[in-house]
Design a protein around this ligand. Sequence first.
Ligand code: HEC
Length: 178
Amino acid sequence: MHFSFWEKTGFALLMAAWVTWGSNQIGDMLVHAEELSENAYKIEVADSGGGSAGAADKEPEKSAIELLASATSERGEKVFKKCAACHSIEKGGPDKVGPHLWNVLGREKGSVAGFAYSDTLAGMTTPWDYETMDKFLESPRNFVSGTKMTFAGLRKASDRAAVILYLREHSDNPPPLP
Ligand code: HEC
């Protein structure tokens, strides 16, 4: 069978039109699919963002400072077992891997004479108060970059509140509770 030039051209144009239309359709489908998956993804992000973000967890949860009022030193004593390998707490106690912690609340940061602090902590001149102690114990590394205290931190605000109360009670002159 022989096609004339015009027949061939017409056929080619038809094919081209069909291919263009077809790819548009496919393109639409793809774009559509993309939109769908994008939506699904965004919703998922919003969900997991809300679920796992610290802000959402913390909103209903009280801060360690707020929890101080209901904390007990018995619980603090238990939590302090995590610290006792490196810190003494009793009056006149020795420095161990870490400095002794008698009187630590209200004491200037990094100020125990003869203890080899990290440069960062040694350079801090303000006293330990409830807020800075809370931040330090939550993540020593974040609060004092380059700290020698190789302790991951206490994640639970209630643990920090209990141990801060315990530290406070081991002092000649406990600072007033906030
Ligand atoms: C593995 C040993 C280790 C553990 C466990 C540890 N610390 Fe420390 N801690 C250190 C060292 C070392 C330093 C000195 C940090 C520096 O110089 O940067 C320090 C410093 C401190 C300071 C600052 C004291 C000052 O004189 O400024 C406080 C407060 C403190 N630790 C409390 C705690 C508490 C509370 C715990 C338990 C929840 C704990 N630490 C667990 C080793 C430890």
